[in-house]
Design a protein around this ligand. Structure first.
Ligand code: NAD
Length: 392
Protein backbone atom coordinates (compact mmCIF):
# COMPACT_ATOMS: atom_id res chain seq x y z
CA UNK A 1 0.00 0.00 0.00
CA UNK A 2 0.98 3.65 -0.39
CA UNK A 3 1.70 5.05 3.09
CA UNK A 4 1.16 8.70 3.87
CA UNK A 5 1.71 10.63 7.07
CA UNK A 6 -1.36 11.07 9.26
CA UNK A 7 -0.78 13.64 11.94
CA UNK A 8 -2.91 13.68 15.07
CA UNK A 9 -1.87 16.37 17.55
CA UNK A 10 1.83 15.88 18.25
CA UNK A 11 2.04 12.37 16.87
CA UNK A 12 1.96 10.73 13.46
CA UNK A 13 -0.20 7.63 13.46
CA UNK A 14 1.45 6.08 10.42
CA UNK A 15 5.08 5.23 9.73
CA UNK A 16 6.94 4.38 6.54
CA UNK A 17 9.10 1.24 6.66
CA UNK A 18 11.39 2.25 3.79
CA UNK A 19 11.79 5.77 5.16
CA UNK A 20 12.51 4.52 8.69
CA UNK A 21 15.10 2.13 7.28
CA UNK A 22 16.74 4.98 5.34
CA UNK A 23 16.84 7.17 8.44
CA UNK A 24 18.41 4.38 10.54
CA UNK A 25 20.97 3.88 7.77
CA UNK A 26 21.74 7.60 7.68
CA UNK A 27 22.54 7.51 11.40
CA UNK A 28 24.62 4.37 11.01
CA UNK A 29 26.53 5.89 8.10
CA UNK A 30 27.31 8.93 10.20
CA UNK A 31 28.71 6.83 13.05
CA UNK A 32 30.68 4.64 10.64
CA UNK A 33 32.23 7.77 9.08
CA UNK A 34 33.68 8.68 12.49
CA UNK A 35 36.72 7.14 14.22
CA UNK A 36 36.02 3.85 16.01
CA UNK A 37 35.55 4.08 19.77
CA UNK A 38 37.17 1.77 22.27
CA UNK A 39 34.12 1.19 24.44
CA UNK A 40 31.70 -1.47 25.67
CA UNK A 41 31.26 -4.76 23.84
CA UNK A 42 27.92 -6.08 25.14
CA UNK A 43 25.26 -3.48 25.63
CA UNK A 44 21.69 -3.59 26.91
CA UNK A 45 19.61 -0.65 25.62
CA UNK A 46 16.30 -0.03 27.39
CA UNK A 47 14.16 2.14 25.10
CA UNK A 48 16.17 1.18 22.01
CA UNK A 49 13.72 1.93 19.20
CA UNK A 50 13.54 5.71 18.75
CA UNK A 51 15.16 8.98 19.80
CA UNK A 52 18.18 8.90 22.07
CA UNK A 53 17.94 5.17 22.79
CA UNK A 54 18.08 4.20 19.12
CA UNK A 55 21.02 6.53 18.53
CA UNK A 56 22.80 5.14 21.61
CA UNK A 57 22.37 1.66 20.22
CA UNK A 58 23.77 2.78 16.88
CA UNK A 59 26.77 4.44 18.58
CA UNK A 60 27.43 1.30 20.64
CA UNK A 61 27.12 -1.12 17.72
CA UNK A 62 28.67 0.81 14.86
CA UNK A 63 31.02 3.00 16.92
CA UNK A 64 32.30 0.38 19.39
CA UNK A 65 31.48 -2.85 17.55
CA UNK A 66 29.23 -3.90 20.43
CA UNK A 67 26.66 -6.67 20.53
CA UNK A 68 23.37 -5.05 21.50
CA UNK A 69 20.23 -6.35 23.13
CA UNK A 70 17.43 -3.79 22.93
CA UNK A 71 14.12 -3.52 24.74
CA UNK A 72 11.30 -1.39 23.37
CA UNK A 73 7.52 -1.14 23.45
CA UNK A 74 6.38 -0.99 19.84
CA UNK A 75 3.52 -2.26 17.70
CA UNK A 76 3.79 -4.41 14.58
CA UNK A 77 1.63 -3.75 11.53
CA UNK A 78 -1.89 -5.17 11.57
CA UNK A 79 -3.90 -5.27 8.38
CA UNK A 80 -3.87 -1.78 6.92
CA UNK A 81 -2.42 -0.24 10.05
CA UNK A 82 1.29 0.38 9.76
CA UNK A 83 3.70 -0.63 12.50
CA UNK A 84 5.08 2.11 14.72
CA UNK A 85 8.25 3.87 13.58
CA UNK A 86 10.15 2.23 16.44
CA UNK A 87 9.18 -1.21 15.15
CA UNK A 88 10.52 -0.44 11.68
CA UNK A 89 13.65 1.12 13.22
CA UNK A 90 14.39 -2.07 15.18
CA UNK A 91 13.89 -4.20 12.07
CA UNK A 92 16.29 -2.00 10.09
CA UNK A 93 18.82 -1.84 12.90
CA UNK A 94 18.96 -5.62 13.16
CA UNK A 95 19.32 -5.96 9.39
CA UNK A 96 22.29 -3.54 9.24
CA UNK A 97 23.90 -5.02 12.34
CA UNK A 98 23.70 -8.54 10.86
CA UNK A 99 25.26 -7.29 7.61
CA UNK A 100 28.23 -6.11 9.68
CA UNK A 101 28.42 -9.33 11.66
CA UNK A 102 27.14 -7.74 14.87
CA UNK A 103 24.84 -9.50 17.32
CA UNK A 104 21.57 -7.58 17.66
CA UNK A 105 18.37 -8.80 19.25
CA UNK A 106 15.27 -6.98 20.38
CA UNK A 107 12.70 -7.76 23.04
CA UNK A 108 9.36 -6.05 22.54
CA UNK A 109 7.28 -5.48 25.63
CA UNK A 110 6.82 -3.44 28.79
CA UNK A 111 10.28 -2.86 30.26
CA UNK A 112 8.70 -1.94 33.60
CA UNK A 113 7.23 -5.43 33.95
CA UNK A 114 8.86 -8.34 35.81
CA UNK A 115 8.23 -10.61 32.78
CA UNK A 116 10.30 -8.50 30.39
CA UNK A 117 13.08 -8.18 32.97
CA UNK A 118 13.16 -11.96 33.35
CA UNK A 119 13.10 -12.51 29.59
CA UNK A 120 15.93 -10.02 29.10
CA UNK A 121 18.08 -11.64 31.80
CA UNK A 122 17.49 -15.07 30.26
CA UNK A 123 18.47 -13.76 26.82
CA UNK A 124 21.67 -12.16 28.17
CA UNK A 125 22.56 -15.39 29.97
CA UNK A 126 21.92 -17.46 26.85
CA UNK A 127 23.61 -15.26 24.27
CA UNK A 128 25.98 -12.81 25.90
CA UNK A 129 26.86 -14.11 29.35
CA UNK A 130 27.06 -10.61 30.79
CA UNK A 131 26.56 -7.02 29.64
CA UNK A 132 29.19 -4.35 30.25
CA UNK A 133 26.88 -1.40 29.60
CA UNK A 134 23.22 -0.63 30.35
CA UNK A 135 21.59 2.38 28.69
CA UNK A 136 18.35 3.52 30.28
CA UNK A 137 16.44 5.61 27.71
CA UNK A 138 12.80 4.91 28.48
CA UNK A 139 10.36 7.76 27.98
CA UNK A 140 6.92 6.54 28.92
CA UNK A 141 3.60 8.17 29.72
CA UNK A 142 2.65 5.49 32.24
CA UNK A 143 3.94 2.59 34.29
CA UNK A 144 2.04 -0.33 35.72
CA UNK A 145 3.25 -1.83 38.98
CA UNK A 146 1.20 -4.83 40.08
CA UNK A 147 -2.42 -3.74 39.85
CA UNK A 148 -1.72 0.02 39.80
CA UNK A 149 -1.03 2.17 36.75
CA UNK A 150 0.75 5.48 37.35
CA UNK A 151 0.61 8.28 34.76
CA UNK A 152 3.15 11.03 34.32
CA UNK A 153 2.08 14.63 33.74
CA UNK A 154 3.86 17.63 32.22
CA UNK A 155 2.95 20.40 34.63
CA UNK A 156 4.67 22.99 36.82
CA UNK A 157 5.27 22.46 40.50
CA UNK A 158 5.11 26.15 41.46
CA UNK A 159 2.55 28.75 40.42
CA UNK A 160 0.78 28.15 37.09
CA UNK A 161 3.18 29.29 34.38
CA UNK A 162 2.20 31.34 31.33
CA UNK A 163 4.43 31.74 28.29
CA UNK A 164 4.44 31.48 24.53
CA UNK A 165 3.72 28.32 22.65
CA UNK A 166 3.12 27.44 19.03
CA UNK A 167 0.57 25.47 17.10
CA UNK A 168 3.03 23.96 14.68
CA UNK A 169 0.36 23.19 12.11
CA UNK A 170 -1.02 26.71 11.81
CA UNK A 171 2.20 28.43 12.98
CA UNK A 172 0.13 30.54 15.34
CA UNK A 173 2.00 31.74 18.38
CA UNK A 174 -0.21 32.09 21.43
CA UNK A 175 0.00 32.01 25.19
CA UNK A 176 -0.43 28.88 27.21
CA UNK A 177 -0.80 28.50 30.94
CA UNK A 178 0.67 25.35 32.40
CA UNK A 179 -1.25 24.30 35.49
CA UNK A 180 0.34 23.31 38.74
CA UNK A 181 0.69 19.58 39.37
CA UNK A 182 -0.86 18.14 42.50
CA UNK A 183 1.34 16.30 45.01
CA UNK A 184 -0.16 13.04 43.73
CA UNK A 185 0.61 13.92 40.11
CA UNK A 186 4.21 14.76 41.02
CA UNK A 187 4.61 11.51 42.94
CA UNK A 188 3.15 9.55 40.00
CA UNK A 189 5.44 11.30 37.49
CA UNK A 190 8.44 10.39 39.66
CA UNK A 191 7.18 6.81 39.77
CA UNK A 192 7.08 6.66 35.95
CA UNK A 193 10.08 8.75 34.90
CA UNK A 194 12.26 8.74 38.03
CA UNK A 195 15.01 6.26 38.80
CA UNK A 196 13.11 3.48 40.58
CA UNK A 197 12.82 1.25 37.55
CA UNK A 198 16.44 1.95 36.51
CA UNK A 199 17.54 0.79 39.97
CA UNK A 200 15.30 -2.32 39.71
CA UNK A 201 16.92 -3.23 36.42
CA UNK A 202 20.44 -2.77 37.73
CA UNK A 203 19.84 -4.78 40.90
CA UNK A 204 18.12 -7.59 39.05
CA UNK A 205 20.88 -7.78 36.43
CA UNK A 206 23.47 -7.80 39.21
CA UNK A 207 21.65 -10.42 41.29
CA UNK A 208 21.28 -12.64 38.24
CA UNK A 209 25.03 -12.44 37.60
CA UNK A 210 24.59 -10.97 34.11
CA UNK A 211 26.17 -7.58 34.85
CA UNK A 212 29.89 -7.52 34.13
CA UNK A 213 32.14 -6.23 36.91
CA UNK A 214 32.92 -2.55 36.33
CA UNK A 215 29.98 -2.11 33.93
CA UNK A 216 28.84 1.36 32.91
CA UNK A 217 25.25 2.55 33.07
CA UNK A 218 23.78 5.81 31.84
CA UNK A 219 20.33 7.43 31.91
CA UNK A 220 19.29 10.64 30.17
CA UNK A 221 18.05 13.97 31.38
CA UNK A 222 17.53 17.57 30.35
CA UNK A 223 18.13 20.91 32.09
CA UNK A 224 17.66 23.69 29.53
CA UNK A 225 17.48 27.48 29.92
CA UNK A 226 15.43 29.51 32.42
CA UNK A 227 12.48 29.96 30.08
CA UNK A 228 11.80 26.21 30.11
CA UNK A 229 12.52 25.74 33.83
CA UNK A 230 8.95 26.17 35.16
CA UNK A 231 7.87 23.59 32.57
CA UNK A 232 10.81 21.19 32.76
CA UNK A 233 13.54 21.51 35.40
CA UNK A 234 11.10 22.78 38.04
CA UNK A 235 8.12 20.94 36.60
CA UNK A 236 6.78 17.51 37.46
CA UNK A 237 9.18 15.90 34.95
CA UNK A 238 12.08 17.77 36.59
CA UNK A 239 11.16 16.16 39.93
CA UNK A 240 11.40 12.78 38.25
CA UNK A 241 14.80 13.71 36.82
CA UNK A 242 16.00 14.79 40.30
CA UNK A 243 15.10 11.31 41.45
CA UNK A 244 17.05 9.91 38.49
CA UNK A 245 20.16 11.85 39.60
CA UNK A 246 19.84 10.49 43.11
CA UNK A 247 19.43 7.00 41.71
CA UNK A 248 22.71 7.29 39.79
CA UNK A 249 24.47 7.72 43.16
CA UNK A 250 22.51 4.90 44.76
CA UNK A 251 23.34 2.49 41.95
CA UNK A 252 27.06 3.23 42.36
CA UNK A 253 26.75 2.75 46.13
CA UNK A 254 24.75 -0.47 45.99
CA UNK A 255 26.58 -2.16 43.14
CA UNK A 256 30.27 -1.64 43.83
CA UNK A 257 32.40 -1.17 40.73
CA UNK A 258 29.52 -0.02 38.51
CA UNK A 259 30.05 3.38 36.88
CA UNK A 260 26.70 5.12 36.93
CA UNK A 261 25.97 8.37 35.09
CA UNK A 262 23.26 10.75 34.04
CA UNK A 263 23.90 12.42 30.71
CA UNK A 264 22.23 15.79 30.20
CA UNK A 265 21.36 15.86 26.52
CA UNK A 266 20.37 18.55 24.08
CA UNK A 267 16.70 19.39 23.40
CA UNK A 268 15.72 17.62 20.20
CA UNK A 269 12.57 16.68 18.35
CA UNK A 270 11.57 13.20 19.51
CA UNK A 271 8.20 11.57 20.05
CA UNK A 272 8.46 12.43 23.73
CA UNK A 273 9.66 16.03 23.52
CA UNK A 274 7.00 16.91 20.92
CA UNK A 275 4.41 16.40 23.67
CA UNK A 276 5.83 18.98 26.08
CA UNK A 277 4.16 22.43 25.91
CA UNK A 278 6.47 25.42 25.15
CA UNK A 279 9.39 23.11 24.32
CA UNK A 280 8.67 22.73 20.54
CA UNK A 281 8.78 26.53 20.12
CA UNK A 282 12.00 26.72 22.09
CA UNK A 283 13.46 23.85 20.02
CA UNK A 284 12.53 25.62 16.76
CA UNK A 285 14.38 28.76 17.86
CA UNK A 286 17.30 26.73 19.18
CA UNK A 287 17.61 24.89 15.85
CA UNK A 288 17.67 28.21 14.01
CA UNK A 289 20.41 29.65 16.23
CA UNK A 290 22.54 26.49 16.42
CA UNK A 291 22.32 25.83 12.67
CA UNK A 292 23.41 29.42 11.95
CA UNK A 293 26.39 28.95 14.25
CA UNK A 294 27.10 25.51 12.75
CA UNK A 295 26.65 23.89 16.17
CA UNK A 296 23.52 21.84 15.51
CA UNK A 297 23.59 18.14 16.38
CA UNK A 298 20.88 15.50 16.00
CA UNK A 299 20.51 12.38 18.16
CA UNK A 300 23.21 10.44 16.27
CA UNK A 301 25.87 13.14 16.69
CA UNK A 302 24.95 13.63 20.33
CA UNK A 303 25.22 9.93 21.14
CA UNK A 304 28.43 9.43 19.17
CA UNK A 305 29.90 12.34 21.14
CA UNK A 306 28.66 10.75 24.38
CA UNK A 307 30.53 7.55 23.59
CA UNK A 308 33.66 8.96 21.95
CA UNK A 309 34.32 11.98 24.17
CA UNK A 310 32.29 12.03 27.33
CA UNK A 311 32.26 8.38 28.40
CA UNK A 312 34.97 6.40 26.67
CA UNK A 313 37.59 9.01 25.81
CA UNK A 314 40.75 9.29 27.90
CA UNK A 315 38.60 9.64 31.05
CA UNK A 316 34.88 10.27 31.63
CA UNK A 317 34.16 13.99 31.36
CA UNK A 318 31.71 15.06 34.02
CA UNK A 319 30.86 18.49 35.41
CA UNK A 320 31.27 19.42 39.08
CA UNK A 321 28.00 17.65 39.93
CA UNK A 322 29.03 14.48 38.17
CA UNK A 323 26.80 14.86 35.08
CA UNK A 324 27.92 14.21 31.54
CA UNK A 325 27.02 17.39 29.65
CA UNK A 326 26.00 16.95 26.04
CA UNK A 327 23.98 20.15 26.31
CA UNK A 328 27.23 22.13 26.45
CA UNK A 329 26.73 23.65 22.99
CA UNK A 330 23.02 24.34 23.57
CA UNK A 331 23.83 26.12 26.84
CA UNK A 332 26.68 28.23 25.46
CA UNK A 333 26.03 31.84 26.56
CA UNK A 334 26.09 33.21 22.98
CA UNK A 335 23.51 30.59 21.90
CA UNK A 336 21.19 31.27 24.82
CA UNK A 337 21.47 35.07 24.50
CA UNK A 338 20.39 34.80 20.89
CA UNK A 339 17.53 32.42 21.77
CA UNK A 340 16.25 34.84 24.47
CA UNK A 341 16.38 37.80 22.11
CA UNK A 342 14.34 35.92 19.53
CA UNK A 343 11.93 34.59 22.17
CA UNK A 344 11.09 38.14 23.25
CA UNK A 345 10.36 39.35 19.71
CA UNK A 346 8.58 36.27 18.42
CA UNK A 347 4.96 36.40 17.22
CA UNK A 348 2.75 34.69 14.63
CA UNK A 349 3.85 37.14 11.91
CA UNK A 350 7.60 36.65 12.22
CA UNK A 351 7.80 33.06 13.50
CA UNK A 352 8.76 31.55 10.14
CA UNK A 353 11.72 33.96 9.83
CA UNK A 354 12.91 33.84 13.43
CA UNK A 355 12.43 30.15 14.21
CA UNK A 356 13.31 27.03 12.25
CA UNK A 357 9.76 25.68 11.96
CA UNK A 358 10.65 23.93 8.70
CA UNK A 359 13.57 22.23 10.45
CA UNK A 360 11.25 21.16 13.25
CA UNK A 361 8.78 19.63 10.79
CA UNK A 362 11.58 18.02 8.83
CA UNK A 363 12.80 16.22 11.98
CA UNK A 364 9.23 15.41 12.99
CA UNK A 365 8.41 13.72 9.67
CA UNK A 366 11.78 11.95 9.63
CA UNK A 367 10.97 10.30 12.96
CA UNK A 368 8.16 8.46 11.18
CA UNK A 369 10.13 7.78 8.00
CA UNK A 370 8.66 10.58 5.89
CA UNK A 371 10.36 13.32 3.86
CA UNK A 372 13.55 11.36 3.42
CA UNK A 373 15.59 11.93 0.30
CA UNK A 374 15.82 8.97 -2.06
CA UNK A 375 12.59 7.34 -0.85
CA UNK A 376 9.81 7.07 -3.44
CA UNK A 377 6.67 7.64 -1.41
CA UNK A 378 4.41 6.86 -4.36
CA UNK A 379 5.57 3.24 -4.39
CA UNK A 380 3.46 0.48 -2.90
CA UNK A 381 5.13 -0.92 0.20
CA UNK A 382 4.33 -3.83 2.45
CA UNK A 383 3.73 -2.43 5.94
CA UNK A 384 4.24 -5.88 7.47
CA UNK A 385 7.94 -5.95 8.29
CA UNK A 386 9.41 -8.50 10.69
CA UNK A 387 12.03 -7.75 13.30
CA UNK A 388 14.36 -10.69 12.62
CA UNK A 389 14.91 -11.64 16.28
CA UNK A 390 11.20 -11.48 17.11
CA UNK A 391 9.20 -14.45 15.94
CA UNK A 392 5.58 -13.39 16.04
P1 NAD B 1 11.51 8.54 22.65
O1 NAD B 1 10.06 8.69 22.83
O2 NAD B 1 12.08 8.79 21.30
O3 NAD B 1 11.98 7.05 23.08
C1 NAD B 1 11.39 6.35 24.13
C2 NAD B 1 11.79 4.89 24.07
O4 NAD B 1 11.23 4.23 25.22
C3 NAD B 1 11.26 4.12 22.85
O5 NAD B 1 12.24 3.19 22.44
C4 NAD B 1 10.04 3.37 23.40
O6 NAD B 1 9.72 2.17 22.70
C5 NAD B 1 10.55 3.06 24.79
N1 NAD B 1 9.49 2.77 25.75
C6 NAD B 1 8.51 3.59 26.19
N2 NAD B 1 7.75 2.94 27.10
C7 NAD B 1 8.27 1.71 27.25
C8 NAD B 1 7.95 0.58 28.04
N3 NAD B 1 6.93 0.59 28.91
N4 NAD B 1 8.70 -0.54 27.89
C9 NAD B 1 9.73 -0.59 27.00
N5 NAD B 1 10.10 0.46 26.25
C10 NAD B 1 9.38 1.59 26.38
O7 NAD B 1 12.17 9.47 23.75
P2 NAD B 1 13.54 10.27 23.88
O8 NAD B 1 13.24 11.72 23.70
O9 NAD B 1 14.64 9.64 23.11
O10 NAD B 1 13.80 10.09 25.44
C11 NAD B 1 14.72 9.17 25.98
C12 NAD B 1 15.34 9.79 27.23
O11 NAD B 1 16.07 10.96 26.86
C13 NAD B 1 14.30 10.25 28.27
O12 NAD B 1 14.80 10.01 29.55
C14 NAD B 1 14.23 11.76 28.02
O13 NAD B 1 13.80 12.47 29.15
C15 NAD B 1 15.70 12.03 27.70
N6 NAD B 1 15.96 13.32 27.00
C16 NAD B 1 15.27 13.69 25.89
C17 NAD B 1 15.53 14.92 25.31
C18 NAD B 1 14.78 15.40 24.09
O14 NAD B 1 14.86 16.59 23.77
N7 NAD B 1 14.11 14.53 23.40
C19 NAD B 1 16.55 15.75 25.82
C20 NAD B 1 17.28 15.32 26.92
C21 NAD B 1 16.97 14.09 27.51
Amino acid sequence: MVIEPKIRGFICTTAHPVGCRAEVKRQIDYVKSQPAVSGPKKVLVLGCSTGYGLSSRIAAAFGCGAATLGVAFERPAAGKRTATAGWYNCAAFEEFAAADGLYAQTINGDAFSPQIKEETIARIRRDLGQVDMVIYSLAAPRRTVGEVTYSSVLKTTGEPYTNKTIDLKTRQVSEITIPQATEQEIADTVKVMGGEDWMDWMLQLQNAGVLAPGATTVAYSYIGPALTHPMYLNGSIGQAKKHLYQTAGQIAAQIPGVHSYVSVNKALVTQSSAAIPIVPLYVSILYKVMKEKDLHEGCARQMYRLFSQKLFGAAPQTDEQGYLRLDDLEMRPDVQEQVSLIWEQLNSQNVSQLADIDGYWDDFYRMFGFGIEGVDYKQDVDPDVAIPSIHS
